[in-house]
Each structure stands twice: as C-alpha cells, then as structure tokens.
Design a protein around this ligand. Sequence first.
Ligand SMILES: *Cc1c(COP(=O)(O)O)cnc(C)c1O
Length: 390
Amino acid sequence: MSIIETDKKYIANTYNRFPVEIVSGKGSLMYDVNGKEYIDMGSGIGVTSFGAADEQWQKAVADQISKVQHTSNLYYTQPCAMLAEMLCKKTGMKKVFFSNSGAEANECGIKAIRKYASEKKGPDFYKIITLKNSFHGRTLTTLAATGQEVFHKLFTPLTPGFVYVEANNIEELKETVEKEKIAGIMIECVQGEGGVMPLSKDFTGEIAKIAKEKDIILMVDEVQTGNGRTGKLYSYMNYGLKPDVVSTAKGLAGGLPIGATMLGKKVENIFGFGDQGSTFGGNPVSCAAALSILGRIDDELLGLVKEKSKYIFKEFKGAKGVESVSGMGLMIGIKTVRPAKDIVLKCIDKGVLCLTAKDKVRLLPALNIPFEQLKKAVSIIKETCGEDLS
Ligand SMILES: *Cc1c(COP(=O)(O)O)cnc(C)c1O
C-alpha cells in the first residue's frame, strides 16, 4: 500500500488532506515523495514561523534533546522559565501557563476568567462573550466558545456559558453586556478560520472600554495571529489593547507543540496550586524551540513582515479573478471568483502550497520567506485566480 492508501485506511477520517506526501523541507520550500518542489505559503497553518528545518531552530532543539527531553512539572527547567520571562518582558504580561495546543491555551484562559469572576462577583457571573464566526478550538469548551453553528452540530451538549455577538456590532455588544452576567470577552483581533477578517478599531476600543468599566476580563486569542504574524509581536498591539489574558500557540515554537496562556496584572495570581496543570506543558524541547523563535522576532523582522504584506495586498487588489483581499501582516485572505479549493488544488499542480479559510484562499507564509520565493508564489497564485473557469 502507498502511504496515502495506508493513511486513508488507518487514520480517522477527520482530515480531507490534499494529495501530497511531504517528505522534507528547507525554509519555505517543501519536497514531496516524488522530489517535486513546492513554495510553502501555508507554513503548516502558521506554525513554522521560520520555515522548515531552520538551522538555528534545529540547533536549539537538538541541544535540548541531547540534554533532557522531558521532566514533568514537578521540577524546574531553564527553557521553561526563560521562555516565560521572555514572553512577559516582551508583552508586559505578568505570568504564563504553558500547555501544548491552542485549544488548551484557550481552556486555561477560560478557567482564569471564570475563577476571577466567581471570586470577584459571585458564581452567577460565568458567561463569556465570544464573536460570531470566531474559532477557538476543538475541545468541547473551546468548541462552545467558537461562534459557528456548523462546528457544534452533533456534539451537544457543549460547555454552557458562552454568548455570541456579531463582530463589529457595538450595539449588540452593549445590549449583551447589559442583559447577561458577563465574566469575560474573548476575541481574535483578526478572525483566522472565519475568513481572515480583522476587527474594526472602533469595536475593539468599545470592548476595552466596557471591559474596564464593568471589570470584565478581556482575553485575546492570539493562537493564529500571534508571534509576529500580523506585523507586531501580538495582534492586539496593532489595536492599542491591554488584554488581561492572551493565549497563543501555533507559531510560537516554530513547529513543535506548545500553548501559552499569558496572565496580566488583574489575574496574575488567579491560579493556586492544583488549579491547572499539564503533563507535557512547558516541555523543555518545545520551550527551547520557542526561545529560538521568539528571540528573533524583532523590529527588523516585523518590518519585513509588513513590507511583504504590502506587496501581497498590492499584487492581489484588483487582480483578475480576485474580488477582495483582507487580513493583516502575513495573514491574508483572498476572495476569489473561482472556488478557493479549486485554486488551491491548481496551485499544488503548479508547485505552490496555500490554504483556505471559509470561501477564501488563505496565505500564511513563514515570516522569513525570501522575497524571491514570495514573488514567484504570488505570481502563480495570481495567474491561477485569473484563469478561466473551465
Ligand atoms: C488554530 C486555532 C486554535 C486551535 O489551536 P489548536 O492548536 O489546533 O488546538 C484556536 N484559536 C485560533 C484563533 C486558532 O487559529
């Protein structure tokens, strides 16, 4: 049996994979089992921040693996402590809880919101406002937080306590805060899976104001938008927000599993011993990997992210077969005349890997993708958008 056949036979049918078997990569180039080369415009859904097999990242991982690969959270390790320090120093947040995925990072944030509100306002205050069209993960609680009915069907009952407000609808936000006992508000500043839609600054400004007035915890889900993706270290920094809780994952460790929940001043000591835990969380190899990534997301790199972003927007705006372009930094959604899936499949033929989000073609290239490769990929995607629908 081929690997594709074996996979189809033995892997649960949750992924509708593209017909490509990847065996290796270098930077933003990927190679399949037949030796075909692809320019990678998806970076494993925004995970390989510095591309595949990045040398500095490899060295950091190899060094740590040669020392010890896991200790559990019964003991102290250097990479875990150093990474928490680096995250706090770069954001002004006060403490970090490490886990292994975006969903877990959000679960922890939700627990922080609930405990704060329960202690401060009483156990009736547990509802969290999330946005329609949001995506927060696949566990039963983060699924409940996800404001998209399609994901809920057949898995009910989900964790109660979430109410959904339309993105950028200030009136609905205000009404909901008046009507319900609200503990927290959780947002993605740029809705990723929802179609790469940035929130308006008026809306986030109103959220911040209401959160402050009513002592409601503001949590930003930076799982996809974080770690340099939008041209700032975290997307909330584009909005001038000061969140109480920030969750991140995907690109933080450049390709190893990690989740991080950062706690601001209001909730820095919300958790006591035993309130939260994770066997793998803070794993020294993942943390060493993250240190090598986070340490290199500096102003120079972020400047290049913005420059590349401008280039992509300019190329696609008004291009043949393109209806609109949305997003921020190197997180871009392209609404195309042809179905997005057709374009992605055609681009695979032509040696470019890209993603979809809802009805859009989504681009999440590595932050350090060389300009030459970016230009080549953009020209191929653009050409494909403009091709006849036959
Ligand atoms: C991917 C994603 C998640 C879920 O992350 P996992 O690591 O798959 O659990 C949560 N929130 C957002 C915004 C995401 O993009």
